[in-house]
Design a protein. Sequence first.
Length: 426
Amino acid sequence: MAVDVLLGLQWGDEGKGKIVDVLAPRYQVVARFQGGPNAGHTLEFDGFKHVLHQIPSGIFRQEVQNIIGNGVVLDPIIFKKEIEGLAHFNLDLKKNLEISKKASIILPTHRLLDAAYELAKGKEKIGSTLKGIGPTYTDKISRQGLRVGDMISPNFPEKYKALVDRHKAILDVYKYEYDLTEAEAAFFEAVEFMKQFALVDSEYSVNNAINLGKTILAEGAQGSLLDVDFGSYPFVTSSNTISAGACTGLGVAPKNIGEVFGIFKAYATRVGSGPFPTELEDEVGESMRQEGREFGSTTGRPRRCGWIDLPALKYAMMINGVTQLIMMKADVLNIFEEILVCTAYEMPDGTVTDHIPFEITDIKVKPIYASLPGWHCSLEGMRDFNELPAELTNYIAFLEKYLNLPINFISTGPDREACVLRGSLA
């Protein structure tokens, strides 16, 4: 059985959590393959809102096996808080949650380094969530990091101290003031807490599931335009957020990748610094932000908002090999009489392109827009494609023609039931 991959096609915050929750009944295994607590996957059902940061979004389905893969960077303190926050759901998390021994651990000093680096950048700051993600991946790549499997090693305290001493030397160079006392105590308490869960060689878990013919969904974090190689570098995250990241982040051979579900909003948002050609820094953008409740689920920061960017979307589809498209938050555009769609960029020299230029972080491109009429009505209660207003179906048809792929899922509200399914997803 192939591993299906679900990921974001924009700058993150596309609504992946809801879709994993909706699709989870079709799968026996849901696995996170990269990122860490800088991600916030929001699920809404039964009148409540739930935000997951490191735990796979299939966790609310008792019959689903959830795996935190080796490509994830895991903060034990946040993990403990997440587990405690799920207590009232009466989930048997020791049974249906596995954690890769090869997943990297975020130490308290990683968060300090994150803050020190960002402060030193001044006006050139990346817009980090300050969760220690970048420094943890740095230690992983430089072959000096700690992994979940190290926690059960008898010499873990010595390994921890050796790495922390290196971090302290760097913090001294930056003259960054800190007090580790409380964070370190919470860290070691959380480490002991984590040991009661299934710490496994998750690559075997995933491949055994493949060999047994189980249905598997690989869940990504952030978005494709934040990929460390293909995103708007250096304003990116520190991992590979594209479908290829599922192979390295779970130990899955490329031949075993099946469907690639690409999720995008009916408009666009971005958190932090970096290029955003269609950004609306006016009352229209503010209306979009308020209507869509566009505030970061991890940091609470207001998200930058703008019209949908089709050149960027088509680029993300290309590098991911997307096979199915999912459009989120169509209902946020209910309030607009006119909807704009970016179909190309005008470069500073006057030339027009539908490619993302390498120098996108250094130049300002002008979006070229097509204008479509808005539907200006509520989508509440609509569950069938034929119920949707003509203006919305025309909007969808316009996008499908440009992207050359059907949109099989349209989200019409935040709740798990608020959606319209078409094609193979119906």
